[in-house]
Ligand binder design. Structure first.
Ligand code: HEC
Length: 158
């Protein structure tokens, strides 16, 4: 009995070890699930969006640029006039801070940054946790002017 228990424990440990080694593929798979639960409704399974209502995530500077800014956008949303891939949008993306954990936001960011023609590095959950803490007081979605002027590690915006 004791032996079989310790064999089972070893199997669990080695499975955990294998999972840690495959962290990035796992994060992409987890991120795809988040995308297909939350983001796809507006940005579509293809990431092409539905212009002129929902913008595409292909070739987006917001996706491939500052991870802090992208995390902040998912946390708080963004709204008002925006020009994306040369086309005007003026709509509202709802913030997901109450719906998604840091892990899930980091995963969906990593998935989007490696999909739809984007190839930007993976994002660790610590980046999302830091953005969540930094902008804890912020209650409104970001505007294009704020996003364009984004500087990582700037004083928390109000
Ligand atoms: C309810 C619809 C909706 C959902 C859900 C949604 N978005 Fe958006 N998203 C929008 C709209 C609308 C805009 C443009 C806002 C504007 O016009 O000011 C936008 C803008 C963006 C932008 C910046 C512009 C661009 O296309 O690059 C990014 C990046 C983005 N969304 C990513 C995401 C991700 C990732 C998720 C899932 C976690 C998500 N969105 C969920 C509607 C949505």
């Amino acid at each position: 009995m004791k032996t079989s228990l310790s064999i089972a424990a070893c199997l669990v440990l080695s499975a955990r070890f294998a999972a840690a080694q495959d962290a990035v593929p796992d994060q992409v798979a987890a991120g795809k699930m988040v995308y297909m639960t939350v983001c796809f409704a507006c940005h579509q399974p293809t990431g092409l969006g539905l212009p002129p209502v929902f913008p595409p995530l292909t070739k987006s500077e917001y996706v491939a640029g500052s991870p802090e800014r992208f995390a902040a956008m998912i946390l708080k949303g963004n709204a008002g006039p925006m020009t994306i891939e040369g086309k005007p949008y003026n709509n509202i993306m709802p913030g997901q801070e109450l719906m998604l954990t840091d892990d899930k936001i980091a995963a969906v960011m990593t998935f989007v940054r490696s999909s739809f023609g984007n190839s930007a590095p993976a994002v660790p959950a610590s980046v999302v946790a830091a953005a969540r803490a930094k902008f804890a007081e912020r209650k409104t979605p970001w505007t294009e002017a704020e996003l364009k002027a984004w500087k990582d590690d700037a004083a928390p915006a109000k």
